[in-house]
Design a protein around this ligand. Sequence first.
Ligand SMILES: [Zn+2]
Length: 107
Amino acid sequence: MARPKSKSHVGEKHNRLTILEQHSEKKAVYFTVKCDCGTIKKVRKDAIIGPRAETKSCGCVLKAHDWNRGRDARSPMWSRAKYRAKQKGLDFNITKEDIVIPDTCPC
Ligand SMILES: [Zn+2]
């Protein structure tokens, strides 16, 4: 079942994701990918290849990146929590140190 129009990306590596399988479903192309952390998941081609590609890992890379570079990953979480509290008219009295980020890959 050769389909010359759809180039195979199997075996390519994009950031932390290695493409294991390629599937065509309806009009979209999906990949089964394996993250460097061992997680296998299914993603749309658009998500990892092309101008709108934003997916660089199964979700673990953001955490690793932030911790490894010494950046505080809690800041955006804290800002969002503060915003939500404000929306609900709640007192907001937690600090960034109250936010705990799990050590394991959440996926
Ligand atoms: Zn991962």
